[in-house]
Design a protein around this ligand. Structure first.
Ligand SMILES: NC(=O)c1ccc[n+]([C@@H]2O[C@H](COP(=O)([O-])OP(=O)(O)OC[C@H]3O[C@@H](n4cnc5c(N)ncnc54)[C@H](OP(=O)(O)O)[C@@H]3O)[C@@H](O)[C@H]2O)c1
Length: 228
């Protein structure tokens, strides 16, 4: 139980983001969590949850969210939203349409980092800014291929976060890229290795354990460093 902490979780309508919001609420945090359209978030009743709305791919909506949150401060900003949607999910980069490739890149790489840029001043010097990456974002570990477009988007996300870290080298805040494991969600599919309950408590433990350490870290749910 970590009393008095607050988190802003972006993309929490279902799957891992929803579970992360529920996990931090159960740990005594105050949570602001976002959806695009009315979602199960509203069933997480309790005075410590505020539900907000944003589509991270629409900069005007991100700016409007920042305006609504003026005066707020969060110990944790965590951008979870992501997609693997392409018309043909097994498409290689050789087959994918330009439109699908752009949509995955914009949703998974550019938009989360735009959210970080726009909302980062809501996080104090002692706080943490995290983004949901994936083990599939590792260039080093990509020996088997597959999920080529999704992988590329998470590698791009990691690279953009490194650029953000380099640009804020004197910033004391902790920056995290999290790899939750392969998890049964709409995105992960029914054949995934882990249940949400086997992933998210570890993700939350790792976020809590790294709070205050500073620097940029690419970590799995057990707090182990993932190869870049
Ligand atoms: N499941 C896995 O095995 C796995 C492994 C590694 C990393 N991840 C990452 O974990 C994150 C969550 O994945 P998940 O498995 O929980 O997937 P999911 O069940 O498909 O949930 C995706 C979440 O992202 C939100 N989202 C998508 N596009 C958005 C946008 N433009 N603006 C705002 N919200 C948006 C969705 O909102 P809507 O309900 O409005 O669509 C939903 O809340 C993603 O970043 C994913 O890449 C997942």
């Amino acid at each position: 139980m970590t009393a008095g902490k607050s988190a802003l979780i972006i993309g929490a309508s279902r799957g891992l983001g929803y579970a992360l919001a529920a996990e931090f609420l159960s740990r005594g945090w105050q949570v602001a969590a976002t959806e695009r359209t009315p979602s199960a978030l509203h069933e997480l009743t309790g005075r410590d949850l505020v539900v907000e709305t944003v589509d991270i791919a629409v900069p005007e909506q991100v700016a409007a969210l920042r305006e609504r949150l003026a005066g707020s401060a969060f110990d944790l900003l965590f951008v979870n939203a992501g997609t693997n949607y392409t018309t043909d999910p097994s498409a290689t980069f050789a087959d994918v349409s330009t439109e699908d490739f752009a949509q995955v890149m914009v949703t998974n790489a550019l938009s989360p980092m735009r959210v970080v840029e726009t909302l980062q001043d809501l996080v104090p010097a002692t706080g943490t800014i995290g983004v949901m990456s994936s083990g599939q974002g590792s260039v080093t570990d990509n020996t088997n291929g597959g999920f080529e477009v999704y992988r590329a988007s998470k590698s791009a996300l990691n690279q953009l976060m490194r650029s953000f870290a380099a640009r804020h080298a004197a910033d004391p805040r902790t920056l995290l890229l999290m790899a939750p494991g392969w998890v049964k969600t709409d995105l992960g599919g029914p054949g995934a290795r882990l249940t949400i309950d086997e992933s998210i408590p570890g993700v939350a433990d790792t976020i809590e354990a790294w709070t205050g350490k500073g620097g940029l870290h690419y970590l799995d749910r057990q707090g182990q460093t993932v190869n870049w």
